[in-house]
Design a protein around this ligand. Sequence first.
Ligand code: HGY
Ligand code: MN
Ligand code: MN
Ligand code: MN
Length: 417
Amino acid sequence: MISGENSVSRPVVRSDVLLGQIDSLASVGLDSSGGRTRLALSESDKAGRDMVVRWMEEAGLEVRMDRIGNLFGILRGADGGLGNALMIGSHIDTVIHAGPYDGCYGVLSGLAVLRAFREAGVVPPRPLVVAAFTNEEGVRFQPDMLGSLVAVGGMPLGEALDITDGKGCTVGEALAAIGCSGGEEPGFLLPSGYLELHVEQGPRLDAEKKRIGVVEGVQGISWWRITIEGKANHAGTTPTKLRHDAGYAAALVSVFLRGLSLSAGTTLATVGTIDFEPGAVNVIPSKAVFTVDLRDPDGEKLTEAEKRLAAFLEKTAFEEGVGISSEHLVRFEPVVFDRELVQAVEETAASKGLSSMRLVSGAGHDAQMMARVCRTAMIFVPSAGGISHSPEEHTSGEDLAAGVEVLLGVVLRVLGF
Ligand code: HGY
Ligand code: MN
Ligand code: MN
Ligand code: MN
């Protein structure tokens, strides 16, 4: 809370309301894992969206949605226009069995900051906007960060609307099914500054006992879908030498990727999904389809990892007598955030007596897209044990409140208060 210097005209965040809204949103899409699953453009995503829209309206914001389903709550500035906006954004869609804070904390903190201006009766000199971008997670539809990518012109709307999920449903059909095909053209509201508050989702702040992460950028991301076509055969009669085992070839790739990341140092590699056909205990898999997630803060090293993967796939196809094809789903370059905004985050944390450290984000964020079009920075708060994309994701109420105070402090500083 801003105490002492607080006067009626200074916005004050009510963190109790924020924490209550985080808990309420976290209860949408609860599943048997103890986490929640609100995949992009699903019914549960819609339920979460409805909740956030209601809170935006209750806060007296103007609510707009674009044709890819990006949601905006707007507090007009003194000039009444939409130009030169300062935007605070993130996402409310989740991965499978997600924690309560990934994305939601940033959207609801942005809403809390705009509500603080409204309640203090302070008209900002520029428009303030809170944004919830569509499909940041990329679990149901790839690529991830789809809504912000389209908003910044990184993908034509038509191409995005034609993307299909694993059941052949397009983004356009899914948007229509939940009534979220908004009326605004993507990019109708591009800010001149963008801030994103997020849980770190990694172990560094927690390990180093720092309260605030001053995020200098986001590492590069490269996603692949790999299909291996082997030969089904009897598990009990086929000698090993005669096998063309798609399952074994997939396992070789997975082991290779672990070796690649261990030898390359900063490169991370993950096989997050894998399916075998026909999928029977006594049939040698004829087909394996799996995804690869490669990350590296250095774009050239990410490219090097992609090349080494391609070479290994070729070698494995020859040695195992299988066919291997790969589809490149995502390639987002590392981004470096705006130096002055990063400095403002660091100095604001210090002014509130909060310890901080600079770091590069391991996770992707909508800020990675917004950095293409405007001055952008992120603020992290610690993730207990570095855990995220898991029901065990946890951040203390004190850290959540500290983060939103830093966010408000940076907003006031950028606006010249
Ligand atoms: O994959 C990511 O880092 C992001 O959460 N979509
Ligand atoms: Mn996130
Ligand atoms: Mn995430
Ligand atoms: Mn993310």
